[in-house]
Design a protein. Structure first.
Length: 295
């Protein structure tokens, strides 16, 4: 069984071998090299296709899908955690009987390396004054992880490997984390007791409000590894005026360019999860989803 027509409405970051395999899965394949500007352009690109691929840089919403009655399958070549955080209108798709698949856990390794790298540079004073006045190790550092999914768990394990005292907040206590000695704490207590906080939350999930920044206090280090800000902007801006440091790899995680030049912000401006190995894992998982649907 094959798709009749498969369209990637934008670049989807597949390795060349995986792109070639798409032609084995559909009678006709169209790969667009740029990002569409609006719903009408997305609908025009899809046309009469029965299968659609997209990455995280476009949104496939009801207004576009209503113009494309032949669509039966949508493959997200990016993370899918929940309908609320997805860049596809999954609920409308379901009402039409359209299957939507996404992938997970393909770029976490690079993100963990980024957190370790930036934290070591700050603590040791590579390129700037050491955070505590003299170089120190991660050993004995109190690290709090907010969100203990795949990437949060990997950050916790990395910090534990280097000798940090690890605590976490999540929707529920994790038995595997308890076995490793990680403490489960209420959010505000976690913020107050930690030297470093790593927010590893799904897109559009905001947990840090005014009360949380008050609990976090001063002379703290905050990493946000999600795809969007984990905070309300106003209390975050006030917190930044203190003796604090905020790290984000992407502008999306930071909340925009206006924060780039703040003295207490460090933003790479690139996704640290977009590595060679991540593209390999992404391609493998996208192809697996396509073939599983056809079978």
């Amino acid at each position: 069984m094959k798709f009749r027509k498969l369209v990637a409405i934008e670049p989807v970051s597949l390795i060349p071998l995986a792109e070639q395999k798409l032609y084995e899965l559909a009678d006709e394949v169209i790969l667009f090299p740029d990002i569409p500007t609006d719903d009408n352009e997305i609908a025009a690109r899809i046309g009469d296709a029965d299968a659609v691929l997209l990455s995280y840089t476009s949104r496939l919403e009801r207004p576009a899908l209503e113009q494309c009655p032949q669509v039966k399958y949508i493959g997200m070549c990016c993370s899918l955690y929940s309908p609320e955080s997805a860049n596809v209108d999954i609920r409308y798709a379901a009402s039409r009987g359209i299957t939507v698949t996404g992938i997970r856990d393909y770029g976490d390794e690079g993100v963990i390396e980024y957190v370790v790298s930036e934290l070591v540079r700050l603590l040791h004073g590579f390129g700037e004054e050491p955070w505590e006045g003299m170089p120190r190790e991660i050993t004995g550092l109190k690290v709090g992880v907010v969100g203990l999914g795949k990437s949060g768990g990997m950050i916790a394990d990395a910090m534990h490997f280097f000798g940090a005292e690890v605590a976490y907040f999540a929707r529920s206590e994790k038995a595997w984390a308890t076995e490793k000695g990680y403490r489960f704490l209420p959010l505000q207590q976690l913020l107050a007791e930690s030297d470093v906080i790593c927010c590893c939350l799904n897109k559009n999930t905001i947990l840090l409000h005014e009360a949380e920044f008050a609990a976090l206090g001063n002379h703290k280090i905050l990493f946000n590894t999600g795809l969007s800000p984990a905070w309300d902007e106003e209390p975050m801006a006030h917190w930044l005026e203190g003796d604090n440091r905020l790290y984000c790899d992407t502008l999306g995680a930071l909340g925009g360019e206006k924060w780039l030049n703040h003295r207490n912000v460090r933003c790479m401006g690139v996704s640290t999860g977009r590595t060679k190995q991540a593209f390999d894992r992404l391609s493998e998982k996208v192809l697996h989803n396509l073939t599983a649907y056809l079978q």
